[in-house]
Design a protein around this ligand. Structure first.
Ligand code: NAD
Length: 361
């Protein structure tokens, strides 16, 4: 079967890791027609728009996309295109499997957990009030009037909306994911002791959904700061984690650290109708064009995409080929070598060649 897939190569190291991933995916033998589209700064330069409608239309039509990382300039008032794509397509669940591959240097072995991050609300909803603006002063005055709480006049304010609807949707997704993937436990991560009306609501809804799955999937609750410590001390006690957006972002990177770093952590943003697969890492601009970045996270995001497309055999073969190259430790990028300055480290394209070589055997 021919699959039509939208490809957003991204910027920074995006082009290199996307090319490595598409070459590896094609080498599995699946039939894919890529529809190439630009987003971010490159799209702005060419079309005058950061996120051209054509990108969203292509994903809506094809229902699946593979996306490289896109740079977000800091302090320019420019909102992340990555977040904008997730919002525009209602890709409410960010799924990030965290799995150890033998051969990767890490203080931990046999990690196998999944981070499921809510993608649509929380502090990432983008409702912000800038310091010094009249609307910010009006909000501060209104808060004082309604709650008798004082906020300093020289404050910026971010709003953290957490709804019953989005909480139920993500927690149900996490439990269903656990059932479908033979997992045993879902842990709801929160800070409900402090944020009673936002995280408290998330937790309350999680408890209700958990009750429907009782006897099939275990349920556990964890306060986010304690969770960070537990993950470093006893990561094997956890299975599927479900978190509001911001904690999900932070805990994802912590979990990437457990398995050896951002270079090998894949992910997918999934909605009811479509999905966009992308690595956890960003565009690492300092490595742009150097053929240095590890393509594994992007290739493993491709593995998740193949599973989404029901190409399970191709996905299994590609994952095995990646695991084999990492375990051998010869044709791997600098970050997978015991010494990052090891001159025998290969480039992005050469690591992809080695993976393709394993697929062809
Ligand atoms: P980053 O993930 O791009 O890089 C942090 C560091 O991790 C790099 O300097 C590098 O040492 C290492 N690293 C990351 N990916 C690697 C790889 N594939 N191989 C080897 N080493 C790798 O994070 P950042 O520097 O905070 O962000 C850079 C830009 O990327 C920012 O503009 C940010 O907004 C954007 N970003 C985009 C996405 C996305 O597209 N989904 C995600 C995160 C960050």
């Amino acid at each position: 079967m021919l699959h039509k897939v939208t490809l957003i190569p991204g910027d920074g190291i995006g082009y290199e890791v996307s090319l490595a991933a598409t070459r590896c995916i094609e080498a599995t033998g699946v039939s894919i027609q890529w529809e190439n589209l630009l987003a971010g700064q490159d799209a702005l330069d060419k079309t005058g728009e950061l996120l051209p409608q054509a990108v969203l239309d292509s994903i809506k039509k094809n229902k699946v996309a593979l996306k490289g990382p896109l740079t977000t300039p800091i302090g320019s008032g420019f909102r992340s295109v990555n977040v904008a794509i997730r919002h525009a397509l209602d890709l409410f669940a960010c799924v990030r499997p965290v799995k150890s591959y033998p051969g990767v240097r890490s203080g931990f072995k046999d990690i196998d957990l999944v981070v499921i991050r809510e993608n649509s609300e929380d502090l990432y909803a983008g409702i912000e009030f800038q310091e010094g603006k009249p609307e910010t002063a009006a909000l501060i005055a209104q808060i004082k009037k309604d709650t008798h709480q004082c906020i300093r006049a020289d404050s910026g304010i971010s709003i953290k909306p957490i709804s019953k609807f989005a909480s139920e949707r993500i927690v149900r997704f996490a439990f269903q994911y656990a059932l479908d993937n033979s997992r045993r436990k879902v842990t709801c991560v929160h800070k409900a002791n402090i944020m009673k009306f936002t995280d408290g609501l998330f937790l309350q809804v999680a408890r209700q959904v958990a009750a429907e799955f009782a006897g099939r999937i275990d349920f556990q609750e964890a306060i986010v700061d304690n969770m960070a410590m537990q993950l470093v001390q006893k990561p094997h006690n956890y299975d599927v984690l479900v978190l509001p957006n911001l904690y999900g972002d932070i805990i994802s990177d912590l979990c990437a650290g457990l398995i050896g770093g951002l270079g090998i952590a894949p992910g997918g943003n999934i909605g009811n109708q479509m999905a966009v697969f992308e690595a956890v890492h960003g565009s690492a601009p300092k490595y742009k064009g150097m053929n240095k970045a590890n393509p594994t996270a992007m290739i493993l995001s491709g593995v998740l995409m193949l599973r989404y497309l029901n190409e399970h055999k191709a996905a299994d073969n590609l994952e095995k080929a990646v695991a084999c190259v990492i375990a051998e430790g010869k044709f791997v990028t600098y970050d997978l070598k015991p010494d990052p300055l090891d001159p025998s480290a290969v480039g992005t394209a050469q690591m992809a060649d080695a993976i393709i070589g394993k697929l062809k055997r």
